[in-house]
Ligand binder design. Structure first.
Ligand SMILES: Nc1ncnc2c1ncn2[C@@H]1O[C@H](COP(=O)(O)OP(=O)(O)OP(=O)(O)O)[C@@H](O)[C@H]1O
Ligand SMILES: [Mg+2]
Length: 247
């Protein structure tokens, strides 16, 4: 097996003003190239905090994150930013689209921010737009799009630089059940198409069941012996594991 693309070792985090309050306690996990892992946890269990640490947006109180074998927090801010750009795309619950830009402009924004000429990436962008079925929406602005369409724009934007890893925070949290399920299918589709690795946090068992592996986060702790994987992995299995764990 290849080396993991992302490895977190013993990550802990507490707010600076109350260091005794561990929001995350010694969380370890790894993500293999091409793997789709979901982290299931109730509200307040530390899912967003975990993604912020894995994405280098927040420094852990303890522990390390390796991205492509490089230590994310051993670097200065600038090198950390470059590492994040090279390896990570981020998909948000509230889409975070810029309302005054068109869909096309929203999608290419990360390239512009990284100082790249979108004209050199036309083929890549077209392919992402096709995979996410956005071609007919490129000249529209976000308002007036359905939630599912907005999230597809969010996914396309995250893929603009072709990162090997997508981090997704509750990406169906603002969608109807139907749009949420479609969005999850789009994640499976981009994983298959690009062979990228996805780490997606959710409190929805049906979403969690889209993963190749489901990890369970409870009160900031992640016990690997609780994880689910293999052919029996479906929403019913996730529901019953939640009951066993009294989550
Ligand atoms: N900067 C902070 N200062 C103090 N407490 C914080 C801070 N950030 C997060 N917390 C606390 O840590 C806990 C976990 O928060 P987090 O946002 O990671 O949970 P979550 O699992 O993403 O929840 P949700 O499903 O509601 O999004 C919460 O109790 C939250 O109040
Ligand atoms: Mg959250």
């Amino acid at each position: 097996m290849d080396a993991p693309i992302l490895t977190a070792t013993s990550l802990s985090w507490a707010p600076q003003d109350s260091p005794e309050r561990l929001v995350l306690a010694e969380v370890s996990l790894s993500l293999e190239p091409g793997e789709f892992v979901t982290v299931m946890g109730p509200s307040g269990s530390g899912k967003t905090t975990l993604l912020h640490l894995l994405g280098g947006l927040e420094e852990p109180t303890q522990g390390t994150v390796l991205l492509g074998g490089e230590d994310l927090f051993a670097k200065g801010t600038r090198r950390r930013t470059l590492l994040r750009r090279r390896f990570l795309g981020y998909v948000f619950q509230f889409f975070q689209l810029l309302p005054d830009l068109t869909v096309r402009e929203n999608i290419v924004l990360p390239l512009l921010i990284a100082g790249k000429d979108p004209g050199l990436y036309l083929q890549e962008i077209k392919e992402v737009v096709d995979v996410l079925d956005l071609a007919h929406l490129l000249d529209r602005q976000p308002h007036g799009l359905s939630g599912g369409e907005m999230q597809r724009v969010g996914i396309a934007r995250a893929l603009a630089q072709r990162p090997p890893v997508l981090l997704c925070d509750e990406p169906t949290g603002n969608l109807s059940t139907k749009a949420g399920e479609e969005t999850m299918q789009f994640f499976s589709r981009v994983r298959d198409r690009y062979g990228l690795s996805i780490l997606l946090v959710t409190h929805n068992p049906r979403d969690a069941a889209f993963g190749d592996r489901v990890l369970f986060l409870r009160d900031g702790r992640l016990d690997p012996s609780h994880s689910l994987t293999g052919p029996g992995l479906n929403a019913a299995a996730v529901f019953s594991r939640l009951e066993e764990l009294s989550i």
